[in-house]
Ligand binder design. Structure first.
Ligand SMILES: NC(=O)c1ccc[n+]([C@@H]2O[C@H](COP(=O)([O-])OP(=O)(O)OC[C@H]3O[C@@H](n4cnc5c(N)ncnc54)[C@H](OP(=O)(O)O)[C@@H]3O)[C@@H](O)[C@H]2O)c1
Length: 210
């Protein structure tokens, strides 16, 4: 699959690399694409670098891995270009980094999902890879089962299936939790957040079928 990585930092760089090594075509993007040479070389495969616009145009699927505070503006300017692409969003609202808006999202107790739905109208957003620390992902990808669980939430059933396949290709166990409103079950602060739980452990903790 063609995958555009929007935000090629710790998570975007790592997950994009896992996909490139699994045989996907990956375009890493940055506001400074000229700085991505090392990442592209390490990722191997057919990986290359470009601008954010190029990554969005390129990907059938997009990994959105930005500071949470950047999302309202990004959604406003990019939702039309994202169209019906499958967009996996990894972001978490940290008030220290993202400011008052993150505090507001956390205090609302609605979880991130309803906000993403509002900021990205009509876009097939899947919450993914937000609840596992980058160093856990780096260390445990493709380990012998039970693999690390990566919870997923989306309002779009087909997007969830595509995202689940991409989680498997990256070397983890996809756990489909439900619609975007269920994002709160694995958002920052939830009991399964940053625990490194395996897929079966996440399912048990969230009361999902084994
Ligand atoms: N690190 C973790 O363990 C972890 C785990 C799960 C989820 N998350 C979440 O995933 C997201 C990414 O985390 P990360 O650790 O990968 O962060 P990161 O290393 O800081 O990478 C984020 C990237 O976003 C780009 N960026 C920053 N502000 C932007 C803006 N206003 N517009 C466009 N691009 C912008 C930057 O790229 P350029 O400067 O090159 O453009 C940066 O490399 C965050 O929301 C984080 O909370 C992190």
């Amino acid at each position: 699959m063609k995958i555009g990585i929007v935000g090629s930092g710790l998570i975007g760089g790592l997950v994009g690399t896992l996909w490139s090594r699994a045989g996907h075509e990956v375009l890493f993007s940055s506001r400074h694409p000229e700085k991505l040479g090392g990442l592209v070389a390490r990722a191997g495969g057919n990986a290359r670098a470009g601008t954010l616009d190029e990554a969005i145009a390129f990907g059938d699927a997009i990994l959105l891995s930005l500071p949470f505070g950047a999302l309202p503006d990004f959604g406003r300017t990019m939702s039309e270009a994202l169209g019906r692409k499958v967009v996996l969003d990894t972001s978490n609202p940290y008030p220290d980094r993202d400011g008052l808006m993150a505090e507001e999202v956390r205090q609302s107790e609605r979880g991130t999902g309803p906000y993403l739905r509002e900021w990205f109208p009509g876009v097939r957003i899947v919450r993914a890879f937000n609840s596992v620390w980058d160093q856990t992902l780096a260390k445990e990808a493709h380990r012998a089962p039970p693999r690390v669980g990566v919870p997923l939430a989306s309002d779009d059933a087909e997007a969830l299936e595509i995202a689940a396949g991409l989680v498997i290709d990256a070397g983890f166990d996809p756990v489909i939790v439900g619609p975007l409103d269920r994002s709160r079950d694995f958002d920052l602060g939830a009991p399964v957040y940053d625990t490194g739980m395996s897929g079966p452990e996440v399912r048990e903790a969230l009361g999902l079928p084994a």
